[in-house]
Design a protein around this ligand. Sequence first.
Ligand code: ADP
Ligand code: MG
Length: 227
Amino acid sequence: MDATPPSGGLTSGSDGTPPSGGVPGVDAALARAWVAAVAASVTAHAAELTDLDAAIGDGDHGVNLRRGFDAVVAALAAFDADTAGAVLTKTGTTLVSKVGGASGPLYGSLFRALGKTLSDDSSVTAFGAGLRAGLDAIVRLGKAEPGDKTMVDALTPAIAAFEAATPSGLAAAATAAATAAADGAAATTPLQARKGRASYLGERSAGHQDPGATSTALIFAALADVT
Ligand code: ADP
Ligand code: MG
């Protein structure tokens, strides 16, 4: 997907080294560009997400995320924030309040934790730490483990890949995370769901890719697109 490059973004040396502690890294323009790219991707893939959720859930995942990210875009347009931390915290609180399904509080927690971490330090390392804090919040809330056929199956490898590639800079870390998230989402297909609505289907949940893991892959693909 084409996305307008952010006006700011990563402040790093011309040799691609990430900024050291205290140097601004992820700025508000980049956070806004990412969220806008997620909103566009969710809109483009809403039918696919809803079809996946119709197969093993209640068929509302695309609608839920579309409603949520449309509300985020509107909230951010009226929000005069100049840090990535504030933009991403606002994104999270809006998702929690606007999305009725399980995915709203879960993704809301991810963005809130990321925003909170970046409000102290906006380096690429802090971005990875914020993602890690977000995953921890999702696991605290939803109690899913890797292999339960949820968004955690895409988030876990994505964040590990981001952390491993952090020394190469934000763009490389985001690309590595996007690849790992897509692989993690694809790997949910044969699994039997043990958390969320899909778990009600028991063995019949196997053979379908998890909708939440699929939307997680879209979120990281959008990050790779704007970095
Ligand atoms: P709902 O299941 O309430 O209809 P959505 O359809 O928006 O909500 O989201 C479903 C997705 O949420 C699932 O595909 C799964 O990835 C994720 N999910 C559901 N329950 C959990 C949980 N306990 N932990 C982590 N992710 C979960
Ligand atoms: Mg659903």
